[in-house]
Design a protein around this ligand. Structure first.
Ligand SMILES: Nc1nc(=O)c2c([nH]1)NC[C@@H]1CN(c3ccc(C(=O)N[C@@H](CCC(=O)O)C(=O)O)cc3)CN21
Ligand SMILES: CC(C)C(=O)C(=O)O
Ligand SMILES: [Mg+2]
Length: 287
């Protein structure tokens, strides 16, 4: 592995570079187009703080999302509706500091972009200027195309998000798969509209796998699936879901690769026990 800036994010031979030092160069949007052309899927995770962002960069995760799921996993709200720009921006700053080689995408929060393209450009500008993000994400297809176009025209790359869009949970009638039956054509239209509006990528959440695969083949831009099967160009999960660091139940689309919450609880319990018994701090940890 090398620090030469011409070394690609992924090593030669098309294998993802997840070596001991992680990403070998800054991830750019055109790399994602190259990966789509090469048929190589890439992983994306959420991140909300410095340490986890650094760990994911070391693990070779090229794209990090500071999701508005921070509402749930950082701030403890029930939905993503209440979280504000002022709550998101410090998290975006921490992640961009922790993972300078990852492409950092920041979610625009509910209420910050829907009203008009002018409002959307202002919200996206804050995420870049104050947060240091390289791109923003917003929820909506056909109905948000004017906002996407305006943000892209302002020089800010946009990732769109269609299918189940959690900010509209009240309008969608709950946490449900989207694009089943007749709704498939609506989802296809949303996908085409965001590509046409200039988005560089699109998240598809809770969409039937066959439909997601078809849309991925139809589009030139990268599709990122969450609950959308393995035919997408990329996958994303909330990192606490992926690592077993949540509290309650998780969606069907989550696969858990670790049991961090249990590990942490056991560590805290042992620490507590040792303080109570005066075993900690012993001579090794005293001056
Ligand atoms: N921790 C976390 N993980 C996420 O994936 C996530 C968040 N938070 N917060 C923002 C949104 C909300 N998301 C959600 C939340 C709940 C379901 C859910 O309950 N899904 C059920 C029902 C599916 C159905 O009946 O059609 C499931 O079993 O998958 C799905 C996505 C995805 N996002
Ligand atoms: C689940 C992903 C796609 C997201 O939008 C978030 O974490 O907020
Ligand atoms: Mg989100």
């Amino acid at each position: 592995m090398s620090d030469n800036p011409d070394t690609p994010v992924y090593g030669s031979g098309g294998t993802p570079d997840a070596g001991p030092r992680g990403l070998t160069r800054v991830t750019r949007i055109h790399h994602l187009a190259e990966l789509k052309a090469a048929g190589e899927p890439w992983p994306m995770l959420t991140a909300y703080d410095f340490v986890s962002a650094r760990v994911f960069q070391e693990a070779g995760i090229p794209v990090l999302l500071v999701g508005d799921s921070a509402a749930n996993v950082v701030y403890g709200y029930d939905t993503t509706v209440p979280v504000t720009e002022d709550e998101m921006i410090p998290l975006v700053r921490a992640v961009t500091r922790g993972a300078p080689k990852a492409l950092v995408v920041a979610d625009l929060v509910f209420g910050s972009y829907e009203a008009s393209p002018v409002q959307a450009v202002a919200a996206a500008t804050r995420m870049m200027k104050e947060g240091g993000a390289q791109a923003v994400k917003l929820e909506g297809g056909v109905r948000m195309a004017p906002q996407i176009r305006a943000i892209v025209d302002a020089g800010i790359p946009v990732m769109a998000h269609i299918g189940f869009t959690p900010q509209s949970v009240n309008g969608l009638g709950g946490f449900r798969v989207q694009g089943r039956g007749d709704a498939a054509d609506e989802l296809r239209a949303d996908a085409r509209a965001v590509q046409e509006a200039g988005a560089f990528s699109v998240v598809m959440e809770m969409v039937p796998a066959d439909l997601a695969r078809e849309v991925t083949a139809e589009l030139d831009i990268a599709t990122v699936g969450i609950g959308a099967g393995n035919g997408c160009d990329a996958q994303v999960l909330v990192w606490q879901d992926m690592a077993g660091h949540g509290t309650g139940r998780t969606a069907r689309f989550v696969k858990r690769y670790a049991r961090l919450a249990e590990t942490l609880r056991d560590a805290a319990r042992e620490y507590g026990d040792e303080v109570r018994s005066r075993e900690f701090p012993g001579p090794d940890h005293s001056f």
